[in-house]
Design a protein around this ligand. Structure first.
Ligand code: BEZ
Length: 239
């Protein structure tokens, strides 16, 4: 293949909960970024961080050329969308794809995008050529759960009130902020930070304690977290 990965290799890009809730059966986890997109809390969540009656908000990627035509309260966005690429162990790919199709449905569809590893990643764990072709789940503007631009105060109000099978929506926002800050000195995202700051202010004003930071992932970016798909499903729902 032209990007240097072999046809046996399957890489997945995570820009949301996948950063700190890895898929099962991966053997490499690499921090880095994709370009041409903007990350926004513009996807309603009925199945993870909300319910059909009271959907929460989670992130999706917007094509940058489309986003530039919109009126967004956050009118700037980094050129690089930081996240993590996972290599799935050959032989477990079909199983993991089935698992992801269930975990990530609710409006998201499959796309492919080139992934650029962060500077300083051990070359021994990379394919011979980069960028790496990665599969990514995106909630495009055509999907039913796509919300589009909202006032940040409104988004934070929804997040504050929402809770779903995977846990409270505030934990998702704070988890994303923290996970991004751990990837690289450059990987912060102003949209995520602004919403997190607003949510902290809202919780302080209502005297609601903010959650403790979740335990960090190990710093070496090639390890396996879950022994099985069942075990991973448990982790996603229980947190
Ligand atoms: C992500 O973490 O990249 C992700 C998770 C669920 C749906 C879409 C993206």
């Amino acid at each position: 293949m032209s990007n240097g990965t072999t046809s046996q290799e399957f890489w997945l890009f995570g820009y949301g909960s996948l950063i700190w809730k890895p898929p099962p059966h991966f053997d490499r986890r690499i921090p880095g970024f994709v370009t041409g997109y903007v990350r926004r809390f513009w996807q309603a969540s009925q199945d993870h961080r909300g319910t059909p009656e009271a959907p929460g908000r989670v992130v999706t990627l917007i094509e940058r050329s489309y986003w530039e035509q919109l009126k967004d309260h956050h009118d700037s966005a980094p050129e690089r969308v930081w996240g993590v690429a996972y290599r799935i162990i050959p032989g477990r790919v079909a199983e993991v794809k089935d698992y992801l199709d269930i975990r990530e449905i609710n409006g998201y569809t499959i796309h492919y995008t080139p992934f650029h590893p962060a500077t300083g990643v051990d070359l021994a764990i990379l394919p011979t050529q980069t960028p790496i072709k990665t599969l990514v789940y995106i909630g495009t503007p055509e999907n039913d759960q796509f919300v589009g631009p909202e006032d940040p105060h409104q988004v934070v109000d929804v997040i504050f009130r929402s809770h779903g099978p995977s846990g409270p929506n505030p934990d998702y926002l704070f988890g994303l902020e923290e996970a991004l800050n751990e990837l690289s000195p450059e990987s912060g995202d102003g949209h995520v930070t602004d919403l997190s700051n607003r949510l902290r202010e809202m919780m302080a004003a209502r005297r609601v304690p903010t959650p403790d930071p979740s335990p960090s992932l190990p710093q070496e970016h090639h390890f396996r977290r879950a022994a099985s798909v069942d075990e991973q499903e448990e982790t996603e729902k229980a947190s």
